[in-house]
Design a protein around this ligand. Structure first.
Ligand SMILES: [Zn+2]
Length: 297
C-alpha cells in the first residue's frame, strides 16, 4: 500500500453516530465519528477486492449517565497516523510499515474500537525501544517468505531462499533469546539450504522461531489495545472491557491476524494486561531454550 495518499477533505466531514450496549441492552456509550472524504482505496487482504475508504478524523465516546466525553483520537493517535476506514468490512486490518497509517474497521462496536487501538498499537510499537527491534519486520512472516508472498511478487527460488535466511538472521538479531531456543540442526539446515525442498523442511522445524516477531507484535498490540480500553474506563466510566458486552456474537470471529488477536485479548483481558508481555515472552524463551536446545559452538 502506497504511503503517498490523497488529501482528505477535512472541511466537509461526515458525522456518524453509533451506540455501544452491554449484554442487557443498556446503552453504555454514545459514539460520534467524523469521516473525511479522501479518495483512499484499500485492498481486502483476504478477498483481494478493492474497497473505497475514508479517513476517520474524530472519534468521541460519551458516557450517557454523566456526560463525560472521551476523545479517542486525541488520546490514542499521538503519532497522527492517517486512520483509514474501508466503506465495508474487510478480511483483516493492518498498519503501514512506516507508521503513517492504520487501516481499521468503522467503530460500530467495542470490538471495532479495540481493533483500531490494536492497529494504533502497532504504529506506536515502531517508536518504542522495547518493541521497535522486531515490530518493523513482523509482517515479513515465514508464510510470506516461503509459502507464497515473495513468489507472488515474482521472486525466484534463490531469492526466496535468501529472503528466508535473511529473515531468520533478523529474528536472531532482534530477539537474541530466539537463537538459544532454536533447534541448532534446523538452523544450520536452513542457513545452508539451496533448494526450496531443503528450505521448507528446515523452516517447518523452525516455524515458531520464524513466526516469533509476528506473534510478539500481535500480542503486544493487543495488550496496548486493552490498556487503551482500560483508560477509557478510568477516564470516562465507560466499561468496554467487560465480557458482558453486547452483542456477544461480536466476540466470535472468523477473522485472522490483528482482529483475531484482538478478539482473543478482549475475551481474556487479564492474560494480556499484565506488565510487559514482550519481556515475559523473552523470559519464557530463555528458560525453555537454555535447558533444551543450547546451540553447540
Ligand atoms: Zn496486529
Amino acid at each position: 500500500m502506497s504511503f503517498e495518499r490523497p488529501l482528505a477533505d477535512v472541511e466537509n466531514p461526515e458525522t456518524r453516530a453509533y451506540e455501544y450496549r452491554d449484554a442487557e441492552g443498556k446503552k453504555i456509550a454514545d459514539v460520534e465519528a467524523e469521516f473525511s472524504a479522501s479518495g483512499d482505496m484499500v485492498e481486502d487482504p483476504v478477498s483481494g477486492e478493492t474497497v473505497a475508504a475514508r479517513r476517520l478524523s474524530s472519534l468521541k465516546l460519551t458516557n450517557p449517565e454523566d456526560g463525560r466525553v472521551f476523545d479517542a483520537l486525541a488520546v490514542f493517535n499521538t503519532k497522527g497516523a492517517d486512520i483509514i476506514v474501508p466503506d465495508k468490512r474487510i478480511g483483516n486490518y493492518s498498519h503501514g510499515v512506516l507508521g503513517t497509517e492504520a487501516i481499521v474497521p468503522a467503530p460500530e462496536s467495542p470490538l471495532d474500537l479495540a481493533t483500531m487501538l490494536h492497529e494504533l498499537g502497532h504504529v506506536d510499537q515502531l517508536e518504542d525501544p522495547d518493541t521497535m527491534g522486531f515490530s518493523g519486520f513482523a509482517g515479513i512472516s515465514k508464510a510470506f517468505m516461503i509459502e507464497g508472498g515473495l513468489k507472488a511478487l515474482g521472486a525466484t527460488d534463490a531469492e526466496r531462499i535468501k529472503g528466508a535466511q535473511g529473515h531468520l538472521e533478523a529474528v536472531f538479531a532482534a530477539i537474541p533469546e530466539a537463537r538459544v531456543a532454536a533447534d541448532a540442526e534446523a538452523v544450520a539446515a536452513l542457513e545452508s539450504a539451496s533448494t526450496m525442498e531443503e528450505l521448507e523442511a528446515a523452516a517447518a522445524l523452525l516455524r515458531d522461531v520464524l513466526a516469533l516477531p509476528l506473534r510478539m507484535a500481535e500480542r503486544d498490540a493487543t495488550r496496548r489495545a486493552l490498556q487503551g480500553l482500560r483508560r477509557v474506563r478510568e477516564e470516562a466510566g465507560i466499561d468496554l472491557l467487560s465480557k458482558t458486552l453486547n452483542p456477544k456474537e461480536a466476540l466470535v470471529t472468523e477473522a485472522e491476524g490483528c482482529e483475531a488477536s484482538t478478539v482473543e485479548g478482549v475475551n481474556d483481558p487479564d492474560a494480556y494486561v499484565k506488565v510487559s508481555t514482550v519481556a515475559a515472552m523473552k523470559g519464557d524463551l530463555k528458560t525453555y531454550g537454555a535447558e533444551k536446545f543450547r546451540i553447540k559452538k
